[in-house]
Ligand binder design. Structure first.
Ligand SMILES: CC(=O)SCCNC(=O)CCNC(=O)[C@H](O)C(C)(C)COP(=O)(O)OP(=O)(O)OC[C@H]1O[C@@H](n2cnc3c(N)ncnc32)[C@H](O)[C@@H]1OP(=O)(O)O
Ligand SMILES: CC(C)C(=O)C(=O)O
Length: 522
């Protein structure tokens, strides 16, 4: 197996993301997690940029063990001196210095000729070598450079002592096959390339940083640079977790390994997101919250039968305890039954079908269905009573107290409508239902509570009504609309009152079973 070195620049290039400035405590917290993750190099900052960053790099250099700590600098003596000062106490210090090599950067930005650039590059490496043995040279904007010139620069800096040479796609302009070709070119045209590790560093301006990095690795690069969650200048950098897991999942085919403890990936991603304040998109590969969730019936069925049908990574490998089956209107019977069984409900086929149809109706209204919703569904509080069902409710209010409700019910197979005024919308609805059902009851109690999470949480209404024979009957109703939940609860209670009235006392418990927890008969 070929070893691939992982160079993490979350604290340097990642920190160049708009809006991120990390203080020393924040950098140290992330760096400690990166050590746990098992990266080989931590680029801690750009010491010449500010006294604060110099102090941060110095602290990390002092505190971190078992990892190379690196500081970035221009090919400028003062920058290199700052790096050396910051890294003085590092167990394994590395100075990363360099200069741009593309025509536009040399002519327009640096205002140097190619020969002057070579001279500056060599002088910078020699200066850094006075302080540390491990010097990485970056040929900025290498991808847009003239390749024979790039080869010349690299040969000279290796001759000057560079131990690592980095050929970045600074502006994220490459495509994978072109980037791979550049790596191949360098390996074939820099005569002393075997004396240095060849490093790659890709930006994501065209969304190809990971693909380009993999192409570079396949073409023989020995070190890959990137950041956790892909944060970085402009559109960001290569997401290290993506490269690491691409290598991991294909390790037998690629013959490449890293020293990364993949189970730390998820924790590292969450920490970086929390500290930098940059959220991880839900659909982000490897570390997005949806990465191991299955939302549609066909996939859920497949995963339940055999995980690998729709999962290329075992979530535990990246530190996610388990995948998740998310129930929605796109779920099928297999997933529905599976979740019910997990909640302890063993439901026979016929009832399962009825519940599943109710579940679909609810899911169409609600989107995601949570466990609390399922409990309510199985408890019978969502399933519409088939003797009286609510077809339509419309309520108008005028001021806080006055409301008018028009309710249409299906009563014994026939649609009937009536309207009533009341003291608020719920009272108006109950009065309209009373007029339609014609069952004389007195409302004793009414409560409303939320039974699940999120903005579309279900409201559960509970009513207690006193029947004309003195019995106290409980009705429950659930809906995402609290007026509808209240109407369902009231109708549910009235249906029970009617049933009780039509049956002998001996049959009551059989008819209403455990759906009616309170029946007081005096
Ligand atoms: C591809 C990358 O370099 S990614 C790293 C980016 N990181 C940073 O920029 C770190 C934060 N930057 C800073 O704190 C400041 O820009 C500093 C301290 C580096 C320099 O600040 P200043 O001296 O005020 O210069 P400023 O940033 O305005 O301009 C950059 C100068 O460095 C030159 N320069 C840029 N890169 C290099 C290089 N690699 N080697 C030598 N000179 C360089 C530019 O040509 C320009 O020179 P000029 O002043 O002669 O025109
Ligand atoms: C400093 C170098 C490595 C860089 O960040 C780039 O070229 O993108």
């Amino acid at each position: 197996m070929r070893k691939l070195y992982i160079f993490d620049t979350t604290l340097r290039d990642g920190e160049q993301s708009l809006g991120i400035t990390l203080n020393v405590q924040e950098k140290i917290e992330i760096a400690r997690q990166l050590v746990k993750l098992g990266v080989d190099v931590i680029e801690a900052g750009f010491p010449a940029s500010s006294p604060g960053d110099l102090a941060s790099v110095r602290t990390l250099a002092r505190e971190l063990q078992g990892v190379i700590v690196c500081g970035l600098s221009r090919a400028v003596e003062g920058d290199i001196d700052s790096c050396a000062e910051a890294l003085r106490e590092a167990e394994y210090p590395r100075i990363h210095t360099g200069i741009a090599v593309s025509p536009v950067h040399m002519a327009q930005k640096l205002k140097l000729s190619p020969d002057q650039v070579v001279e500056t590059a060599v002088a910078a490496v020699k200066h850094a070598k006075k302080y540390v043995g491990d010097v990485e040279f970056y040929a900025e904007d290498a991808f847009r450079s003239d390749l024979p010139f790039l080869a010349r620069v690299l040969e000279q800096v290796i001759e000057a002592g560079a131990t690592v040479v980095n050929i970045p796609d600074t502006v994220g302009y490459a495509t994978p096959w072109e980037y791979g070709e550049m790596v191949t070119y360098v390996r074939e045209h820099v005569p002393n390339i075997d004396r240095a590790v060849l490093s790659i560093h890709c930006h994501n301006d065209l969304g190809m940083a990971t693909a380009n990095s993999l192409a570079g690795i396949m073409a023989g690069a020995g070190q890959v640079e990137g950041t956790i969650n892909g944060i970085g200048e402009r559109a960001g950098n290569t997401s290290l977790e993506e490269v690491i897991m691409a290598i991991y999942t294909q390790r037998s085919r690629y013959g490449i390994e890293t020293g990364v403890h993949t189970r730390e990936i998820s924790a590292t991603s969450r920490l970086v997101s929390r500290i930098t304040g940059v959220p991880v998109p839900a659909h982000k590969a490897i570390v997005g919250s949806n990465a191991f969730m299955h939302a549609s019936g066909i996939h859920q069925d497949g995963v339940l039968k055999e995980r690998t049908t729709y999962e290329i990574i075992n979530p535990e490998v990246v530190g996610v305890p388990k995948n998740r089956i998310v129930l929605s209107a796109r779920s099928g019977r297999h997933a529905f039954k599976y979740r019910l069984a997990e909640l302890g409900y063993q439901v026979e086929a016929e009832r399962l079908e009825t519940l599943y149809q109710s579940f679909l109706q609810l899911a169409d209204q609600k989107g995601e269905i949570f466990d609390q919703d399922l409990h309510a569904l199985v408890g019978g509080n969502i399933v519409e009573d088939n003797e009286i069902s609510i077809q339509q409710i419309s309520v108008t209010t005028a001021g806080a107290a006055r409301a008018t409700a028009t309710v249409t019910l299906e009563l014994d197979g026939e649609a009937v409508t009536d309207a009533a005024c009341g003291n608020g919308p719920v009272d108006a609805v109950f009065r309209a239902v009373d007029r339609l059902v014609g069952e004389p009851v007195t409302l004793e109690d009414y409560t409303l509570q939320s039974v699940s999470r999120d903005k579309k949480a279900l409201g559960e209404a509970t009513v207690k009504v006193r029947a004309s024979d003195g019995g106290l009957i409980v009705g429950r109703g659930i809906s995402t609309d609290i007026i509808e939940a209240s109407a369902r609860a009231y109708v549910n209670a009235l249906v029970k009152v009617k049933k009780i009235a039509n049956q002998s006392y001996g049959q009551v418990s059989a008819v209403i079973s455990d759906e009616v927890p309170v029946i007081n008969r005096q």
